[in-house]
Design a protein around this ligand. Structure first.
Ligand code: TNX
Length: 487
């Protein structure tokens, strides 16, 4: 098979002059090692793909890349080889990408090759042209952390399936691999539960003031799971319990204690006022079991988030312990927000850190792996700059790009990774979500992927600046970041 640069591209750019300087390699997140050699590889006619069929995810991503650039697969061609190799040094997700007189991608796994394709995509222009010039490079790359994610609050304000699909593609370009969906909260319940249909009939119809209501059917979520899986992204569902449950209480009043609940839906922005009636275990636990069974049947993720934040209740630790044990008994691993460290859980249960000042020693002593989301670095519901309307409770100066980039996960020895969070009390449209997510999420990707000792903000800005056309090609309404000269 060979690829030919397709005809019919509407906006052809003139071919590059023979004496033009060699192209520069711009890759975000920064690879573990990258050697640049003199010269370039010009692809003026075609590339011939070998080995794509052994790696379905990488093969699909490559086919999509070539289609975007109008590169076909017939005719005389530059070889492009995908190869699965048994090289333990690369680990699960690592890869090599070499450009000499051909393009060589190799990895131990399909995921590794997929990452190689994403790097290749960044080395190439974002848009179709008459020919392509690749820098001659030798990249050897592997992630620092296995968990590189974003928590997206679709409960306060709903985000449609089409947005999530686009968002998954964007995450994949930066090798982010966990999309944590915060599916339930006081203001909305977004996941269809067939045994309890009122959750979406009532809870799905509410939202934060000014936000969007709505919910996902199980069919839609299964589709999304498969869509993400094909792109190397795992969807991690969160059912936030036993607090943050007003939407559930409004749907099924019996989940509340008679004397404490205000049983209407809620559209304010307060937290910490709602809780399941933990004094009625015969009502609460069968409900929790039903919900988890349906959630687990949709989401194959090994890790399942059960919430556990911002609630004070004498039976709180007991609830978290029982619910975590239920998840374990179902063959999965629970994740709980940091407050859950008071509960007796198996050591493999993950804790998600979110308060900067949280004392983690006790959690670490119990052996719980950590997902790092310290709010003053990674809460990107906070402004791109001081004074941007929205959340500012954690850091009055906002969480600008430089601040996100400055997060150093290395002191947290038991961390499995890094996850930014976009809460949506004040983020109500696709464009507003984009504005908060980009370019900050690219910095999150680099913090989670690249070795801390190799990173540097100036270099990040240079590489990220060069990738602006890639963000444009993906239709992202990113923030006009002054540090990147985009303002
Ligand atoms: C804290 S972080 C919350 C969320 C809010 C967010 C607003 C966490 C586990 N809980 O309920 O949306 O702050 O920034």
């Amino acid at each position: 098979m060979a690829l030919v640069v397709g005809a019919g591209c509407a906006h052809r750019v003139p071919a590059v002059a023979a004496d033009a300087p060699a192209p520069v390699a711009h890759v975000v997140p920064l690879p573990r090692s990258m050697e640049t050699r003199p010269g370039e590889l010009r692809i003026s006619a075609a590339v011939a793909v070998e080995g794509g069929s052994a790696a379905p995810m990488a093969g699909r991503a490559l086919a999509e890349l070539l289609a975007t650039l109008h590169i076909a697969t017939t005719g005389a061609a530059t070889p492009l080889r995908l190869q699965l190799v048994d090289d333990a040094a690369l680990g699960e997700e690592g890869y090599r990408l070499v450009v000499d007189d051909a393009i060589h991608l190799s990895a131990r796994t399909d995921i590794g090759l997929l990452h190689a394709v994403q790097s290749l995509r960044q080395l190439l222009p974002a848009n179709a042209g008459p020919e392509y010039r690749l820098p001659r490079v030798a990249i050897v790359d592997a992630p620092a952390y296995r968990w590189r994610g974003l928590s997206l609050d679709v409960a306060r304000s709903f985000l449609p399936v089409e947005y999530l699909e686009k968002h998954i593609d964007r995450m994949a370009l930066f090798k982010l691999n966990r999309l944590h969906l915060h599916l339930t909260d006081d203001q909305g319940w977004r996941i269809e539960i067939k045994r309890h249909p009122k959750l979406v009939e009532i809870g799905g119809a509410s939202a934060v003031e000014g936000g969007r209501a709505g919910y996902y059917t199980q069919e839609q979520l299964k589709h999304l799971v498969a869509y993400a899986q094909a792109r190397g992204v795992t969807l991690v569902p969160e059912i936030d319990m036993p607090g943050h449950v007003q939407a559930a209480l409004a749907s099924y009043n019996e989940l509340a204690c008679n004397d404490v609940a205000n049983l209407s839906t809620y559209s304010g922005v307060e937290v910490g006022f709602s809780v399941f009636c933990l004094e009625k275990p015969e009502v609460v636990y069968p409900f929790v079991r039903d919900v988890l069974e349906e959630v687990l049947a949709i989401f194959p993720s090994r890790e399942i988030h059960i919430g556990g934040d911002e609630i004070k209740h004498p039976l709180y630790a007991d609830f978290v312990a029982r619910t975590a044990a239920m998840v374990e008994a179902m063959g999965r691993t629970p994740i709980v927000w940091e407050e859950g460290s008071v509960a007796a859980m198996k050591p493999d249960a993950l804790l998600q850190l979110w308060n900067d000042g949280y004392a983690i020693d006790a959690a670490v002593a119990k052996g719980h792996p950590l997902i790092l989301s310290p709010c003053s670095y990674l809460y990107i519901d906070h402004g791109n700059y001081a004074g941007q309307p929205g959340a500012d409770w954690c850091r009055a100066e906002g969480v600008p790009l430089a601040r996100v980039y400055g997060f150093d996960p290395t002191p947290y020895r038991t961390a499995v990774g890094v996850e930014a969070a976009l809460w949506t009390e004040f983020v109500h449209t696709d464009a507003a979500a984009d504005d908060h997510l980009w370019p900050r999420l690219a910095a999150v990707a680099e913090v989670a992927w690249s070795p801390a000792e190799r990173r540097g903000y100036a270099g990040f800005l240079r590489r990220m600046g060069a990738l602006r056309p890639h963000l444009d090609a993906l239709g992202i309404h990113y923030h006009a970041e002054p540090d990147l000269g985009w303002a």
